[in-house]
Design a protein around this ligand. Sequence first.
Ligand code: DP6
Length: 321
Amino acid sequence: MATAQATARTNIALVKYWGKADLDANLPAVGSLSMTLDGLWTTTRVSFEPDLARDELQLDDQPAPEPARQRASRFLDLVRQQSGRTERARVVSTNSFPTAAGLASSASGFCALAAAATRAAGIDLPAPDLADLTRRGSGSAPRSLLGGFVELRPGDGCQVVQVAPADYWDLRLVIALCADGPKAVGSTEGMERSRRTSPYYDRWIDDHPADLDRARRAIAERELPALGRAAEASCFKMHALAMSSDPPLIYFQPATLAAVQRVWHLRAEGLVGYVTIDAGPHVKVLCAAADAEALAAELGRVDGVRRVMIQAPGPGVEVAA
Ligand code: DP6
């Protein structure tokens, strides 16, 4: 049978992607740079089946909500186009973390879907073509194709480049979950709103290459303070765009700000971590491996923080027949 399975880890952007150059083609307007995580993953099995009337998506043992099924189905149309297959597919996907909780499930989700669906369809795309196909599903997803520190470079399409492998630098991301349940406004809608309405959008686009340079250089020199400061700058610029959209978008919860303040306070006292926040309330803290446990314990004591996880740099996508 035409079936294959892939496991992709999620990734967290240190230099953020926010804004699309082309909405229909899902082409990011800016590059981005992320760390692939070792312990937060999606495993997806795709089977093309002649008897199916439509694409079916099961997510964590449940039929997926209709918008998610349709989004996956539109992506599978691209795979059918490229492979010449016509059957509909059964997709069974499991996340090791809460879906849509702001932990970038679309990154690992579409990366695993792209890798499994192309293999199941019998096409072995060269890496650049697979990256470009994957970003049609989600702009952050191609970064999960590779392990360690990964840069996405948009152009005509999108390419991903491994800036450094997972074992290059013993860093950790400490993740503080600052709310339960899914986020209110997804990143696709949020970044479109920012592009259309934020007065700062053009400046964001203009500054972005310098932000990427800064992060790339910090990684090359293994300079945590430089990388951390670049990550914080990119994060809060992105959130400034969200907040300056019309209507405004605030992804923070009270616990989000309390966690940020705690990290900054601890840093001033010598326990060094740097924050980043995506389109959701959770706070991710970049730090040296040796400081991760202490930071996790501190964050666990912040009011409103539900749970704390420690993540190391992880590997790229793995595909099995
Ligand atoms: C804030 O990749 O989820 O996490 O391309 O519309 O699927 P789509 O957006 P998505 O956006 C990620 C936004 C971010 C920053 C980042 O991961 O770079």
